[in-house]
Design a protein around this ligand. Structure first.
Ligand code: NAI
Length: 453
């Protein structure tokens, strides 16, 4: 009998298991495929290694702008993928070691919830049954595959790819069509464009990047259009016929061909085949319904990460896992979903936390906003030839508290947590003015913006 059984070894599952183990619980973690989940094996980490290589390559190509002449730069995709595999291997080994250190039993196999027993839950893995007093479901998500004619066949033939296959492509396709201009779509467009593919993005909405600030979305769009990515906005894929794509743009059907197609139109929680019905777990729009402590409707059963359908982000999953474990340990903790940062690792990077203007408007918040160019930062100027980044800061008009920061430009992914801390701790303009930022850094842009208010 374990105190806790964790189903799934992605960011939510492994952090929950580690924290619970460190908290003195006996823990088993059941994983069917690989420790680290999608994020470590076929998502966040692999894509960041690829994007970093693209960034280095782009710098090399345009190094003359910075007074450096490089001989013909080459991006060796095979070498990039090998390095990615090495990074993933090292990090997965790290996860395994951390779990061992926290005394977690790792069980390889597919876990199935069988029934509730008097003092816990019975989970089967093959022929073996395990019992846990508590259960945390962290089975993640899988790519959404829209019911468009030709997609299933394309997936089978290898013409259509998801985030999984695209990160292991052996060669750079001459042409790549990406369905969905959200986070996965733009990050992959960024890499394959730098690597030499002719990239087209078909996006249903009239902008890219989903919920990000609209001014920032427009800057990103402009940058990538300039780099040669073709965007079909307000467009929907209708059908795939061989290597021909039929799509609708503003009511008109057009067609194009591609060497490969990436489907990145969102993800769906993985809830099938887990035996959720056996203990009556409630779902809401296909996701496991949880409260702000990660509790499901069934006593002692928690869910964290993508499977709860709230924020499909690894960093949200980490905190959800910790909140759930703290609840199990009797430690008061809640997750404040209003301060979860979002980042797109494009070049330039996009990062934001708190209310966007659109969000503040729809929440009826009276706010003051300042929007300044990143060029106000000396370091940004020193390092970016003709960079067009911006920083937008929103404060509540009556309390003068910071409620949102949204940026596009170098290092913003590394800076944004600072803004998150300020918002989470209710800092107002005066508090921030008294904070010392290191100089010269791009982070100073936040301080600079605050002084403009
Ligand atoms: P997403 O929800 O970010 O974007 C999907 C896009 O596809 C949307 O812009 C949507 O309007 C569009 N779309 C939907 N159906 C379409 C259709 N039939 N035709 C054309 N466009 C269509 O989903 P994505 O990019 O697949 O990412 C999945 C999840 O992974 C997201 O929750 C994302 O936040 C997360 N993720 C986060 C990353 C990060 O934090 N940097 C990196 C990669 C993924």
């Amino acid at each position: 009998m374990y105190d806790l059984i964790v189903l799934g070894g992605g960011p939510a599952g492994y952090i929950a298991a580690e924290r619970a183990g460190d908290g003195g619980l006996s823990v088993a973690l059941i994983e069917k495929q690989f420790l680290g989940g999608v994020c470590l094996n076929e998502g966040c980490i692999p894509s960041k290694t690829l994007l970093n290589s693209a960034k280095i390559y782009d710098y090399a190509k345009f190094s003359e702008k910075y007074g450096v002449t490089t001989k013909d730069a080459i991006l060796d995709h095979g070498a990039v993928i090998s390095r990615k595999n090495k990074v993933v291997k090292m990090l997965t080994a790290g996860v395994k070691a951390a779990l061992k250190k926290s005394n977690v039993d790792i069980i390889d196999g597919i876990g199935m919830i069988m029934e509730k027993s008097e003092d816990g839950y019975i989970i089967s893995v093959g022929d073996t049954e395990y019992k846990g007093k508590k259960l945390l479901i962290a089975t993640g998500s899988s790519p959404a595959i829209p019911p468009i004619p030709g997609i299933e066949e394309g997936l089978k033939s290898g013409f259509v790819l998801t985030n999984r296959e695209i990160l292991n492509l052996k060669a750079i396709p001459k042409s790549l069509v990406i369905i969905g201009g959200g986070v996965v779509g733009i990050e992959m467009a960024s890499y394959f464009n730098s690597a030499g593919s002719k990239v087209t993005v078909i996006e249903m909405l009239d902008h890219i990047g989903g919920e990000i600030d609209r001014d920032i979305s427009n800057i990103l769009f402009r940058n990538y259009k300039k780099k040669g990515i073709d965007f079909k906005l307000g467009s929907k894929l209708l059908e795939l016929k061989g290597n021909t794509l039929l799509y609708d743009q503003d009511g008109k059907t057009s067609e194009m061909t591609a060497d490969e197609v990436l489907i990145s139109v969102g993800r769906r929680p993985v809830t099938e085949g887990l035996g959720l019905k056996n203990i009556g777990i409630e779902l809401e729009r296909g996701a496991i319904k949880t409260d702000d402590r990660g509790r499901t409707n069934v006593l002692g059963v928690y869910a964290a990460g993508d499977v709860n359908g709230k924020y499909m982000l690894a960093h949200a999953a980490y905190r959800e896992a910790e909140v759930s474990v703290n609840d199990m340990l009797g430690i008061e903790d809640r997750l404040d979903y209003s301060v979860i940062p979002s980042v797109i690792y494009t070049s330039p990077e996009v990062a934001g936390v708190g209310y966007t203007e659109a969000g503040a408007k729809s929440a009826g918040i009276d706010y003051d906003m300042v929007n300044i160019p990143m060029q106000y930062s000396g370091r940004y100027m020193a390092e970016n030839e003709r960079g067009d980044g911006i920083c937008k800061v929103l404060v509540d008009k009556s309390t003068k508290k910071l409620i949102g920061v949204h940026m596009i430009g170098s290092y913003t992914s590394e800076i944004i947590y600072g803004a998150g801390i300020m918002i989470q701790n209710g800092m107002n303009i005066d508090d921030i003015k008294k904070t010392v930022f290191p100089h010269p850094t791009v982070s100073e842009i936040i301080r600079e913006a605050i002084f403009q208010l």
